[in-house]
Design a protein around this ligand. Structure first.
Ligand SMILES: NC(=O)c1ccc[n+]([C@@H]2O[C@H](COP(=O)([O-])OP(=O)(O)OC[C@H]3O[C@@H](n4cnc5c(N)ncnc54)[C@H](OP(=O)(O)O)[C@@H]3O)[C@@H](O)[C@H]2O)c1
Length: 260
């Protein structure tokens, strides 16, 4: 029960990686505020979680500054303070540069980068009270390019740079770290897999072939890292960009140079 009496806000906690983190924080004794875009999606998640008074709703669009303020205010009021902020809400989408428009740029950058900034800004006073921790969910795409992913890469690279700047600015009271997931089985990755391979299985096969560990990960494997970075086991870690990518960023999985 490492997080007993700790108060946690997970943005984008209704599905995928965020949902797995919510379930793990609850299992570790925390009280958790769950965010998603709508009151309906959050209510449905809370019903499934069935965690009684240890889980509260903090719906709202974190792609706007006003939305972030409403979400953080609801979380801090409902939880009676805040010890951990997980900036997880994210948006994918992409394609060749020539096909991309301002609306997609705004959606992806506002959700992934602006939302992380403004949720952090509004959570800062409450986090300072408790000596808290922030975990920003970036992506392996912060450090590795991919055709068709220019906007997403830009947004996640920004998250990593911002994590480092904030880690310095908020030290020593608050630790700020970024998690860089590789390919994780969620709704977002299934959409990408279908774009890449026509169906999820084919797309996942293509991704696995470029991953040294040869598979897509479960969301729970990311939740384990999120809890670690937020926990007292990571008290000397701040400003880190921690890859959990099955070795993807270590290099090419398919260029074997053993043969001479
Ligand atoms: N899956 C991967 O392979 C992968 C790899 C690297 C990084 N990531 C990152 O990990 C994070 C989670 O991704 P995921 O794969 O778990 O995504 P997902 O399954 O698509 O879930 C996205 C979550 O974000 C919420 N959300 C989206 N836009 C929002 C907004 N504007 N305001 C509030 N909530 C919003 C959704 O809530 P509602 O639908 O309820 O509104 C949902 O809970 C993202 O930052 C993503 O970029 C994922």
């Amino acid at each position: 029960m490492e997080f007993r009496d700790r108060r946690v806000l997970v943005t984008g906690g209704t599905r995928g990686i965020g949902r797995a983190a919510v379930e793990s924080f609850l299992a570790a004794g925390a009280t958790v505020a769950v965010n998603g875009r709508t009151a309906e999606s959050v209510a449905a998640a809370l019903k499934e979680l069935a965690a009684g008074e240890r889980v509260i709703a903090a719906p709202g669009d974190t792609a706007t500054a006003a939305g972030c303020k409403a979400v953080v205010d609801a979380a801090v009021a409902g939880l009676g303070g805040l010890d951990v902020l997980v900036n997880n809400a994210g948006s994918g989408g992409g394609g060749p540069v020539g096909d991309l428009d301002e609306a997609l740029w705004d959606k992806v950058v506002d959700t992934n980068l602006k939302g992380t900034f403004f949720c952090t800004k509004y959570a800062l006073p409450a986090l300072r009270d408790g000596g808290g921790a922030i975990v920003n969910i970036a992506s392996v795409r912060a450090v590795m390019g991919a055709a068709g992913a220019s906007i997403y890469c830009a947004s996640k690279g920004g998250v990593v740079s911002m994590t480092k700047a904030m880690a310095i600015e908020f030290a020593p009271e608050i630790r700020v770290n970024a998690l860089l997931p590789g390919a994780i089985d969620t709704d977002m990755l299934q959409s990408l897999a279908i774009r890449m391979g026509d169906d999820v299985e084919t797309g996942y096969g293509m991704m696995s072939a470029h991953t040294p560990l040869k598979r897509v990960a479960r969301a729970q494997e990311m939740a384990d890292v999120i809890l670690y970075l937020a926990s007292p086991r990571a008290t000397y870690i701040t400003g880190a960009a921690l890859l959990a990518d099955g070795g993807m960023a270590a290099g090419s999985a398919n260029l074997d140079q053993k043969a001479s």
